[in-house]
Design a protein around this ligand. Structure first.
Ligand code: NAP
Ligand code: MG
Length: 481
């Protein structure tokens, strides 16, 4: 393991920032500093990109797909063998309840398992063309991939980006979020132990506006993947445009849960409250609007109320449904939404409560159900990124679709109805990247392509779709007559 503040992993070795600067790392659970990370900047990004570029010429370039897959399988197994330790790191760093952290670490291992199996199945095409020609299309790695990930699911985001990048033969420079780098540091160490050649995976901890900006703007980076806020997404996309490189952006959402009056209410209510309080609502795909058919509104609201009131918020070790949010800025941001909604006269239908383990210095906010929320209100339009659910009534299918599609975002939608024809009819009309019918999230679903439309971003991660993003087609035309 690297020493404290020697958290840059460049060219197979742990090092401190060239500037020697470091950043304190605080626990969201009590606000106390518990360790430090290196404050990497453009000089360190320079070293990391250079190492990643050189690694593209080394053993990695000639390694067969199945050999890359074996290293990734080793890594998956190492993650499982060290799962409890990594889960504890993740829980301390992000504040998430330990059961949720354990689930995330299993998902991280699954990413490497899934893409290890794909590494020797990156197939091309043979195209019919004119007589006397042989045309093949092969998928080649992009090259050096710059991956910038957020703080909400650091370990599993490591898996979601690094695993498909490696499976397809790329090299990587990863910039984790300053608030949640610890599990990524541990995972980079395990990747090295698994047999990854030096320079294939480089990790630069630091600030977004320093290390992140330098990575996104670096002219020798061939591909960018970013998950985070739409505002920074615009900066990443601008940098990508300047360098003429492709990027995948995942920018969050305002995802609707649409509940028709024929739904299985029990299952829907339990899932909807579970999803919005999971990870303290800091989930890009969180269903943060619940659209309820008016004929069932009162009945369903009563069920949501009962469940939201029962949610308890506390420290990761207390292992409740909800932990703190990531930092004081986020806590203030969420509290601001709560205060403004109240000031605007929107009724608080239900709130969870703090457990004894929620100390005053921690970044705790109360899970809250508001309703009815006007469709134009910020609670119905903006991503809160906290455990806040906005209830909105609708009359019929047409209105449900109009409200569901009526935000700037388009990531995920949940649809709750027993009517089979309506399930498909509505699913087809929703402008989102994923629709879940009578379920939501499907336990993370590594196999399932994921990504948004509109302000939620573009490109697809997860599943076999991600392999297309991390490769580029080369067409080879041979004339043989
Ligand atoms: P953010 O600034 O977009 O951060 C996401 C990642 O981008 C982090 O690694 C961050 O590094 C980095 N970054 C920040 N500024 C950058 C820049 N100028 N150039 C390159 N990289 C940069 O998000 P945030 O400030 O942490 O959170 C703000 C809001 O974003 C949240 O309230 C939430 O609404 C949304 N969000 C969405 C997701 C999602 O999954 N879609 C995840 C997180 C946040 P540092 O953190 O080290 O600065
Ligand atoms: Mg932290």
């Amino acid at each position: 393991m690297p020493l404290e503040a020697q958290t840059l992993f460049i060219d197979g070795a742990w090092t401190s920032a060239a500037s020697a600067a470091a950043l304190d790392v605080r626990s969201p659970t009590d606000g106390e500093t518990f360790t430090a990370i290196s404050r990497g900047d453009s000089a360190d990004i320079e070293r990391a990109v250079d190492a990643a570029r050189r690694a593209l010429q080394g053993a990695w370039a000639t390694m067969a797909g199945f050999e890359r897959g074996r290293i990734m399988t080793n890594l998956s197994n190492l993650i499982l063998a060290n799962a409890e330790e990594i889960a504890q790191i993740e829980a301390r760093d992000t504040g998430k309840p330990i059961t949720q952290a354990r689930t995330d670490i299993r998902a991280t291992a699954r990413y490497f398992e899934f893409y290890a199996g794909a590494a020797d199945k990156i197939l091309g095409d043979v195209l019919p063309f004119l007589d006397g020609y042989q045309v093949t299309v092969q998928r080649e790695p992009r090259g050096v991939c710059g991956l910038i990930i957020p703080w909400n699911y650091p370990a599993s985001m490591f898996g979601r980006t690094v695993a498909p990048a490696l499976a397809t033969g790329n090299t990587v420079v990863l910039k984790p979020a300053e608030d949640a780098s610890m599990s990524c540091i541990r995972l980079a160490a395990l990747a090295h132990e698994a047999g990854l050649p030096a320079g294939v995976l480089n990790l630069v901890t630091g600030l977004g506006e320093e290390a992140g900006a330098a990575l996104s703007q670096h002219p020798d980076v061939d591909f960018l993947s970013f998950t985070g806020s739409p505002e920074v997404g615009t900066l990443i996309q601008t940098a990508a445009a300047r360098n003429h490189v492709p990027c995948v952006l995942e920018l969050g959402g305002k995802s609707p849960q649409i509940v028709f009056d024929d739904a299985d209410f029990e299952h829907a209510a339990q899932t909807i409250i579970g999803v919005i309080t999971q990870n303290a609502g800091q989930t890009c795909s969180a269903g943060s609007r619940v659209l309820i058919q008016r004929s069932a509104y009162d009945r369903f609201i009563a069920m949501l109320k009962e469940r939201m009131s029962a949610v308890r918020v506390g420290a990761p070790a207390a292992d409740l449904q909800c932990g703190p949010v990531i930092n004081s800025t986020q806590a203030k941001k969420v509290q601001g939404f709560l205060d403004r909604a109240r000031a605007d006269g929107i009724e608080v239908i239900a709130q969870g409560a703090l457990d004894g383990s929620a100390v005053k210095t921690g970044y705790f906010v109360l899970p809250t159900l508001f309703g009815p929320v006007p469709t134009t209100h910020e609670l119905a339009q903006e991503e809160v990124f906290g455990p806040v659910l906005a209830a909105i009534p609708f009359e019929d299918e047409a209105e449900a679709i109009r409200i569901a599609n009526g935000t700037a975002y388009g990531l995920v939608a949940g649809l709750w109805t027993e009517n089979g024809a309506r399930q498909m009819r509505v699913a087809k009309k929703l402008r989102v990247g994923q629709v879940f019918i009578n379920n939501y999230g499907a336990g993370g679903g590594i196999e399932l392509p994921f990504g948004g439309v509109k302000r939620s971003g573009h490109g697809r991660e997860k599943g076999l779709e991600a392999l297309k993003e991390y490769t580029v087609a080369k067409t080879i035309v041979l004339r043989h007559d």
